[in-house]
Structure formats: structure tokens, C-alpha cells
Design a binder for this molecule. Structure first.
Ligand code: ACO
Length: 314
């Protein structure tokens, strides 16, 4: 049994904020942000938009593109660090919004690596016969947990959601043929929040050591790519599309240069979306045509540290 990708969907908040439209008190500039990160704009959730509303819209989009009735879905995973409530899980609220009353629904917290953690988890459910049709959604409203007085973090993030539908298939040479996830909690302090429910009774704000996060992201995602290629008897020439986590263009450029991959095969959406954490990979997948692709590689790295790599054969 294997998990095949059936469809991809996405949803963005209505409001788009250009670098030049960021609050004046931040003392930043379009030039600094573009040069250091590649980000030109981000979408910011309005009062009527939340992680769950974006996740629901992305899920509906993916289901409609795949022509899949919601009642077929028996597993919903929402990958997020910015759920609507402490509980219930955002996934159960998406389930309710879709009118589904059976199956399994839960959230995964692995920060920017959440989506690959979600894919791996859904794949395990499918391979072991516990699910046949899974919605894996990355959805975030990081604009609600950044400190809008801290220019070193708030300019980097955006809000949005992306979703994929995975279905059980007997076809072993297609679908999620390889997926590995990793964690190293000794690096937790490099990227964290200033608070949390049990520590401060609030979510706190994003806090990070930018340089160390940058260095680790390049190193870990490059290693992930090399391991994936080796394990699947592939070279970079066999990769049709690389969809890396969209945090910083310079991180991606470094990985591409170190691996010798043709930069034209790399999907970049951070210029439009900024870093949407767990939503970044499915949002990026939604932007490209997968029609002529055979081998699609996904790479992620996030707080924890957590990281992961996946090979989708289409
Ligand atoms: N506008 C203008 N100046 C700024 C801004 C800003 N928004 N932010 C910081 N600066 C200033 C700093 O104060 C510093 O000034 P100083 O030299 O007078 O002290 C100067 O710019 C350089 O700051 P650095 O932090 O050294 O800049 P750097 O080149 O490392 O870039 C950045 C910072 C973009 C955060 C980079 O380290 C980075 O991208 N790190 C990766 C972090 C990341 O992507 N995290 C996302 C979550 S994790 C993940 O998704 C993988």
C-alpha cells in the first residue's frame, strides 16, 4: 500500500502587505528585506481570518480540485504552531467545517517542518490500513505570534494555508515513496517563543538566533537532500522539482549551490508569501504545475530543531 498525491489546494488572507507598507516604527527597508531574505510581500490575516478558516478554505480547494467529496476523507491532519485554540485541535474544527463526523483528526506541532511531519504521519496511517483518504494541511497565522516591534523577526513571516489530499493506492512506484523526519531538541533554544500556555499562559512571541538558524537550516536541508538522493539511487539531475521550506532565499541558494542542482528546478514562493512556516511547502506546491514532473523533492527545517525530506513520484 502506498500514498499517492491526488490534489493540492491553498488559501491566503485577503490582505497583502508589501515591504514598503510595513509599519514605519520598524525602521526597516524594502532593500534590506529583499537583499537579506528575498521577501517582497506577505499576506496577513484580518480579524475574520484564522488558522482554521484558512485551513478549511485550503482543504475545500484541494477537495474540489481533486473532485473528492468530503465524506471520503477519513483522516485530517493540521500541521500548525498557531492553532485557533489550545484545544480542541484545529483539525477537528476543520473536520466540523467540512461537515465530516467520522474518522480521525488531530494537529501536529513541528513548526516549519510540520507539513513533512504531517505527510509522514498520514503515510503511516495509509500504509497500515488505518486511513484511505487523508487531508494534510499546513496552516499558520504567524502574524499573531510575532512581535511587531522586533524588526529582526516580524518582517520574515506571513499567514496562509496549503493542503494536499493523499489516497491509498496499490501502485508502489508512485506517490510518497520516501519520507524521513528528524529532530534534535538540543537546539531548541535557537528558535522558540518567549512564552507558552504552561509557562506564561499566553503564546509568547517568536524569538530566534537568526545566524545560527540560518547555518543549521543550510546544513541540515543539504544533508537531507544528499541522503534522499543516495537512498533512492538518484543524482540531482533526476530531480524535476525541489520544493524547499520557504524561509529565506539565501538559505535555498546555498543548498542549491552546494548540491549542484539546476536553480530552474527550485520552486520559490517566499517572495510573495514570506515564511508561512508549516504552510510554506503546500502553498509552494500549489503554485506550480506538476504535470511534467516525475520526481518532486520536499525539504524542510524548523524549530525544535525538526527537519525532514520527502520524495513524491508523480
Ligand atoms: N531591517 C533593517 N535592519 C535589520 C532588520 C530589518 N528588518 N533586521 C535586523 N536588522 C539589522 C540588525 O539589527 C543588524 O544591525 P547591526 O549590524 O547594526 O547590529 C544587521 O541588520 C544585521 O543583522 P543580522 O541578524 O546579522 O542579519 P543577517 O544577515 O543574519 O540576516 C536574517 C538576518 C534574515 C534573520 C537571517 O539571519 C536569517 O534569515 N536567518 C534564518 C532565520 C529564518 O529564516 N527563520 C525563520 C524560521 S526558521 C525556518 O523557517 C528555517
Amino acid at each position: 500500500m502506498n500514498s499517492v498525491l491526488v490534489s493540492v489546494g491553498a488559501a491566503l488572507p485577503k490582505k497583502c502587505v508589501l515591504n514598503s507598507e510595513l509599519p514605519a516604527h520598524l525602521d526597516t527597508s524594502d532593500e534590506w528585506i529583499v537583499q537579506r531574505t528575498g521577501i517582497h510581500q506577505r499576506y496577513i490575516a484580518g480579524e475574520d481570518e484564522t488558522t482554521v478558516s484558512l485551513a478549511t478554505a485550503a482543504a475545500e480547494n484541494a477537495l474540489s480540485k481533486g473532485n473528492i467529496p468530503p465524506r471520503e476523507v477519513d483522516l485530517i491532519i493540521v500541521c500548525t504552531a498557531t492553532g485557533d485554540y489550545t484545544f480542541p485541535a484545529s483539525a477537528t474544527l476543520v473536520q466540523r467545517n467540512l461537515g465530516i463526523t467520522s474518522g480521525v483528526a488531530f494537529d501536529i506541532s513541528a513548526a516549519c517542518s510540520g507539513f513533512i511531519y504531517g505527510l509522514k504521519t498520514a503515510d503511516c496511517f495509509i500504509r497500515t490500513g488505518q486511513a484511505r483518504c487523508a487531508l494534510v494541511i499546513g496552516a499558520e497565522t504567524f502574524s499573531r505570534i510575532v512581535d511587531w516591534n522586533d524588526r529582526s523577526t516580524c518582517v520574515l513571516f506571513g499567514d496562509g494555508a496549503g493542503a494536499v489530499v493523499l489516497k491509498a493506492s496499490e501502485c508502489d512506484d508512485k506517490g510518497l515513496v520516501y519520507c524521513k523526519i528528524h529532530a534534535d531538541g538540543s537546539l531548541a533554544n535557537l528558535l522558540t517563543t518567549t512564552g507558552g500556555v504552561s509557562i506564561s499562559q499566553n503564546s509568547g512571541f517568536v524569538k530566534m538566533n537568526g545566524r545560527e538558524v540560518f547555518r543549521n537550516a543550510v546544513e541540515k536541508m543539504h544533508c537531507s537532500l544528499c541522503d534522499l538522493l543516495k537512498a533512492n539511487n538518484m543524482t540531482v539531475n533526476d530531480v524535476d522539482l525541489l520544493v524547499p521550506h520557504q524561509a529565506n532565499k539565501r538559505i535555498i541558494d546555498n543548498i542549491v549551490e552546494m548540491s549542484g542542482l539546476n536553480p530552474e528546478k527550485v520552486v520559490i514562493t517566499l517572495d510573495k508569501h514570506a515564511n508561512t512556516s508549516a504552510a510554506s511547502i503546500p502553498l509552494a506546491l500549489n503554485e506550480v504545475s506538476l504535470d511534467s514532473c516525475k520526481n518532486v523533492v520536499l525539504l524542510s527545517m524548523g524549530a525544535g530543531f525538526t527537519w525532514g525530506e520527502a520524495l513524491l513520484k508523480l
